[in-house]
Each structure stands twice: as C-alpha cells, then as structure tokens.
Write a protein of this length. Structure first.
Length: 159
C-alpha cells in the first residue's frame, strides 16, 4: 500500500513538473565563434573590477549581423535559423549587456550557448575526432587532439 502511494505521488509530481517545464531552446546558427575570449576596460582607478558580463555566442552574432554587417532583423534571423521575434529578444539582451559593460567598465566574456557553427567540419582518421576549421587563411589542417594531418572534410549531412 505504501509503495503504491509513493509511486502515485512521484507520477503526480513528474506530470506537474512536465506541465511547467519550459521548451528547450532551438539551436541558433552562427558563422564562427569570435576570435577572442572577451574585452576588458582600461580602468583609470585601481578600484575593484566589477564582475564580468557573460555574453552568449548567439548574442554576439546578433550584434555582429545587425550592427556590423548592417542586415535587417528579418535577414539576420533567417541567417541564424530563428524567428524574427526571437532574434529581437536576443539582440535586446545583447544590447543591454553591452550597455551595462560600457557603463560600469565591466569585462565582457564570450561563452557558448545553444549554437552550432556553419564553418567547415573535418574528421581525423587517426582519433576519429570531429572538429571545425574557422581560420580559412591557414592552409594546413591538423587535428586539434592528436595533431595528425590525416583528416578529411565532412559532407554537409554528416551530423
């Protein structure tokens, strides 16, 4: 009898939790990760530095597409594989973080997030590691794990 009660309670809690659980974020497509880890303000005083502001790669990409490449929000959203309202929310979040960092002199650190890259992907034949190659200027491609040059480029539909 006690076991039946525990099972019913746990099923009720699970079903209640599942009703209020948010939908998982859709992956956002970005061309490449930034070639730097972040920015730091040149401080005039020696006060304690504020806590760093974490900016996701999708927020970086939204700023890059809208303000650097000068694309309209609908075009930028199409490039990232998301809806225009979602792009607007990501862009607004990035602008707020950027404004806070500039106002407070806080460092900005770029981090992952729900993204995938559109750069070329390769497979190492030695260690079977998949990796991308964002630096297009460098002609020699080696595996980042085993440093082998026995790599092949993957097809678009590999993943």
């Amino acid at each position: 009898m006690l076991i039946l009660f525990v099972v019913k309670c746990s099923l009720y809690l699970y079903s209640t939790y599942a009703l209020y659980m948010p939908r998982p974020k859709k992956l956002r497509k970005i061309s490449n990760a930034p070639k730097f880890k972040g920015f730091r303000a040149i401080r005039l005083d020696s006060d304690k530095e504020p806590a760093p502001i974490l900016m996701d790669y999708d927020e970086y990409e939204a700023i890059r597409l809208s303000d650097y490449v000068l694309k309209k929000q609908t075009e930028a959203a199409r490039d990232m594989g998301i809806s225009r309202p979602t792009f607007a929310r990501i862009y607004e979040s990035a602008r707020r973080k950027l404004a806070k960092a500039l106002s407070e002199g806080a460092p900005i650190i770029f981090q992952g997030g729900p993204v995938y890259f559109t750069s070329e992907w390769f497979l190492c034949r030695n260690c079977k590691c998949y990796f991308n190659h964002p630096d297009k200027e460098e002609s020699s491609i080696v595996c980042p794990l085993c440093r082998s040059s026995h790599v092949r480029q993957c097809e678009q539909d590999t993943f």
